[in-house]
Design a protein around this ligand. Structure first.
Ligand code: ADP
Ligand code: MG
Length: 201
């Protein structure tokens, strides 16, 4: 098993995050908890790479469609279709358009509980309902209702891997091995060493 401190996660600052000039703010929020940036690049992704990113997990289509149906039903509304896969097709089409509309930033962050910590910092998928204090809750105002009305993906600034397995596949999808850098941060001694030796003179 990998040590806690070696867990990695993929973060993408989506085109709206770059356009809103939130690159520094987003990096700052992830950096300040103690996670370490080990890979970073910028590009305009292709539709093909985006479709593959979201379908790396074979369950994503079903799960995402079911989440949409549940969302409608919880508001006592009739979903546009009862077939989760049909709904996911629409989301995927809109997502490809959204994610390829401009430059994005790809990052790999490493450290204890990297996956769940970054998800906590990023917040829930829908900005309207994501918690105050999270990136999506603090910096954007989109909702499913508005994105549905306008026939587009919900704009939520950031992508972050949902699980350790997902992270491993997603990192391989975007980064070559030699694009990730193995190095030590001085602060890791304070974060991880068993004894806090060497502080007092
Ligand atoms: P997350 O990014 O929080 O992991 P998902 O993996 O479920 O969320 O979905 C991927 C992305 O697809 C979301 O970040 C969002 O941009 C878009 N999306 C998901 N569900 C919907 C929806 N019901 N309507 C519009 N866009 C959606
Ligand atoms: Mg996801």
């Amino acid at each position: 098993m990998v040590h806690h401190k070696d867990e990695q996660t993929l973060v993408i600052i989506k085109p709206d995050g770059v356009q809103r000039s939130l690159v520094g703010e987003i990096i700052k929020r992830i950096e300040r908890v103690g996670l370490k940036l080990v890979g970073l690049k910028m590009s305009v992704p292709s539709e093909d790479m985006i479709e593959k990113l979201y379908t790396l997990n074979p369950e994503w289509r079903r799960m995402t469609g079911e989440k949409v149906i549940e969302g409608y039903k919880s508001k006592s509304l009739k979903p546009p279709s009862e077939d989760p896969l049909e709904l996911t097709d629409i989301i995927l089409r809109n997502l490809k358009k959204y994610m390829t509309s401009g430059p994005v930033i790809f990052m790999v962050w490493k450290g204890a509980h990297a996956v769940s910590l970054v998800r906590k910092i990023v917040g829930g998928t829908e900005p309207l309902t994501s918690d105050v204090g999270t990136i999506r809750g603090d910096f954007v105002l989109d909702s499913y209702q508005m994105s549905d009305t306008d026939g587009r993906a919900v704009r939520n600034l950031v992508h972050a891997s949902g699980s350790v397995e997902e992270a491993s596949d997603e990192i391989k999808h975007w980064f070559k091995k030699d694009e990730l850098i193995n190095y030590r941060l001085v602060q890791e001694q304070i974060l991880y060493d068993v004894d806090l030796d060497g502080i007092l003179e």
